[in-house]
Design a protein around this ligand. Structure first.
Ligand SMILES: Nc1nc2c(c(=O)[nH]1)N[C@H]1C(S)=C(S)[C@@H](COP(=O)(O)O)O[C@H]1N2
Ligand SMILES: [Mo]
Length: 383
């Protein structure tokens, strides 16, 4: 398989050659090359389809539905729940076909999970990878309800020859010149983790169409691309999955030809709910002088958040931490700031139990993945 310049960021159209396909794909119009230029019409188109969580929603421990971020590569499919089936097959002893009620009648579990798009923070890189141009709001926490995946895999009897499971969604489109259904894989061990769910409800409601109705995979701790929406099949295979969303996209790479490393666990990050009142156009903040309660949330996919620090005009101090809403959910933090008149710079950063800390400046990569750089905001304090 010729990968040529196929490796690109999430959602980006890319100048590419057809790998070995007989018919050349339609020539994409946007170059994938990172740019320092203004936001393009294609980026605006993606940004308005795939909305962020407004940062004031950090005040809620569970993000209200509709305020959770959204990322859809292709079109939201329209799925008839009556004819919908989930197929489990490939290298298994007993292939299964499940209806929605079949899954709903199995063990039911609810879990608060912080999900973040791997491309969150992408537009803050320089030069900027041309794709969904997230600033910082590509994150949210929801209470997902579903059935654990592991018992379904045990029922299917995955063959000892199987090394990975491929999760395929119903949605189809073209990315990097390759037409495919959205699909991602996990190793058998990863898929058997007790945390992994097939979710059919979110925040106590039926999954809305945009979040994967009727059933999505949910892999807590991993960046969002792993949690395949509109799930249609799970297939056990005896090799490493080489689908576009696995091998070409979601890699930490330095250029178009670098195979790089796979994007997996969510890096440590904290964000602050912007204090005071915003300016409509610039979003700059204004607060009254005196004690100001700063607050926000912090999370890490692999470890647990051990500390959050707040920086006022270059001086770091510890914030107070709250208990997380769940093992895979963010935890709240607060900090009382005595605001004095003038202009001030605020920042926050988290450290997790694996020793990861947020970087001062973004760590650049070609696809704009996993940028967890420190949030900074300028606040004007009035007498
Ligand atoms: N089938 C399918 N699953 C998908 C996607 C997609 O486009 N198609 N996008 C992925 C990405 S990149 C992210 S970040 C999350 C977003 O989930 P949400 O829109 O429910 O927040 O879904 C993932 N699952
Ligand atoms: Mo994503």
């Amino acid at each position: 398989m010729s990968v040529n310049t196929r490796r690109t960021a999430e959602g980006a159209a890319v100048a590419t050659q057809a790998p070995t396909a007989p018919a050349a794909p339609t020539e994409p119009t946007t170059p994938a090359t990172p740019t320092t230029g203004p936001i393009t019409r294609e980026e605006l188109q993606l940004a308005s389809r795939n909305h962020a969580m407004p940062l004031e929603m950090l005040r809620w421990p569970v993000t209200p539905l509709g305020m959770h971020y959204l990322l859809v590569h292709f079109d939201v499919p329209q799925i008839d729940p009556v004819s919908w089936r989930l197929n489990i097959g490939g290298l298994v002893n007993l292939p299964h076909e499940y209806t929605l009620p079949d899954l709903q009648h199995r063990e039911r579990r609810t879990c608060a999970v912080t999900m973040e798009c791997a491309g969150n923070g992408r537009s803050r890189l320089e030069p900027r990878p041309v794709s969904q141009p997230w600033d910082q709001g590509g994150v949210g926490t929801a209470e997902w309800t579903g059935t654990p995946l592991a018992p379904l895999l045990l029922d299917a009897g995955v063959s000892p020859d199987a090394v990975e499971l491929v999760f395929t969604g119903t949605d189809r489109g073209i990315q990097g010149g390759v037409e495919h259904q959205y699909a991602r894989s996990l190793t058998l061990a990863e898929a058997m983790s007790d945390d992994v769910l097939l979710a059919y409800e979110v925040n106590g409601q039926v999954l809305p169409p945009q979040h994967g109705y009727p059933v999505r995979l949910l892999v807590p701790g991993w960046y969002g691309m792993t949690s395949v929406k509109w799930l249609q099949s799970i297939e056990a295979i005896d090799h490493s999955f080489d689908g576009y969303q696995q091998l070409d996209s979601y890699r930490y790479t330095q250029d178009a030809d670098d195979p790089g490393e796979p994007v997996q666990w969510i890096k440590v990050r904290s964000l602050m709910a912007p204090p005071g009142v915003p300016d409509f156009f610039t979003r700059q903040r204004t607060v009254e002088a005196g004690p100001v309660q700063l607050s926000g949330r912090a999370w890490s996919g692999k470890g647990t958040v051990d500390s959050v620090e707040v920086c006022v005009d270059g001086v770091w101090e510890q914030a107070q931490l709250q208990a997380p809403a769940g093992r895979h959910a963010w935890r709240g933090w607060t900090f009382t700031w005595i605001a004095t008149p003038g202009s001030h710079e605020l920042a926050c950063r988290a450290t997790d139990s694996t020793g990861q800390i947020q970087p001062e400046t973004p760590e650049w990569n070609y696809q704009g993945m996993g940028n967890n750089d420190i949030q900074r905001l300028t606040v004007t304090v009035r007498e």
